[in-house]
Design a protein around this ligand. Structure first.
Ligand code: GLP
Length: 266
């Protein structure tokens, strides 16, 4: 795991977008795993900007989203598919056939989960997975006690997650209680992952996930097992990290980060 602390939310989102762009330039047929949530909006905004001003080309990219609510149709404004369309899909040159989200309306949800896993496999696996983190440490919708080897499946949401996410539903009481989500095991198979966390409310859970023990009570802690996982945080989200000084030193001194150091100081 590597932890990169950026001065503020904008710089953190900017670095995340830059790393996506670099992977995309290296591999135009990138298989990109996508996340939702307020944190990710800043990254999509930046990627859209780079598409417009720097010709960042998504025409060869395949995308797989982490999760979708059960019972929400694609045109439902509260669905993650709609979120993705609003913040990203409609602004870039992705091909519709290459865009994937689990179908929360599928008649047979278990079959849909198997099908989703197969689609990821058929695409050659996920090259780069973007992740946010929930207040309870979930990645995707892998709520506490999700098996560390879990695959895409239906997951019941915790009361805490419902409380955390209901506010952005047009009718909060109508927020679904279940979702389809890639499993922790599915996520761990990606070649590289980047988790972005912003703000003080994430400081405690980031410290627990990054520096605490690996536990199914905090799904994000399983990322400690991943061979190429980058955690990007702003100062506020980094405020409870014991090793912050060391992480800063790495970013300032390791040759790998040199192009990004320059970028951030522009
Ligand atoms: C939802 C998503 C997660 C995301 C989380 C963070 O629960 N299923 O994938 O990480 O939101 O949300 P936010 O960025 O709004 O804090």
């Amino acid at each position: 795991m590597e932890v990169i602390i950026q001065p503020d939310a904008k710089a953190a989102a900017d670095l995340t977008a830059r790393l996506v762009a670099k992977e995309l330039q290296d591999k135009p047929r990138l298989v990109l795993g996508l996340a939702t949530g307020r944190t990710m909006e800043t990254v999509y905004r930046r990627l859209v900007e780079m598409h417009r001003t720097e010709n960042l080309d998504f025409s060869g990219v395949a995308t797989f989203n982490l999760d979708e609510y059960v019972g929400l149709a694609a045109e439902n404004e509260d669905s993650y598919r709609y979120y993705m369309k609003r913040h990203f899909f409609k602004h870039v040159n992705l091909r519709t056939v290459n865009v994937h989200l689990p179908d929360g309306m599928a008649e047979d949800l278990d079959a849909e989960c198997v099908h989703y896993e197969q689609a990821i496999h058929d695409a050659g696996g996920i090259d780069l997975q973007l992740l946010g983190i929930g207040a309870d440490g979930h990645i995707g919708f892998n709520e506490p006690l999700s098996a560390l080897q879990s695959r895409t499946r239906v997951k019941a949401l915790t009361p805490a997650t419902i409380e955390q996410n209901a506010w952005h539903f047009s009718v909060p009481e109508k927020m679904p209680r279940r979702a389809l989500t890639m499993g922790v095991g599915t996520i761990l198979e990606c070649r590289r992952c980047i988790l972005l966390a912003l703000g003080e409310t994430k400081a405690g859970i980031i410290a627990a996930a990054v520096e605490g023990p690996i536990t199914s009570m905090i799904s994000a802690s399983a990322l400690q097992l991943h061979p190429h996982c980058t955690i990007i945080v702003d100062e506020a989200a980094a405020s409870r990290l014991r090793g912050a000084e060391y992480y800063r030193w790495i970013f300032e001194n390791e040759p790998e980060w040199q192009p990004y150091r320059k970028l951030m100081k522009r």
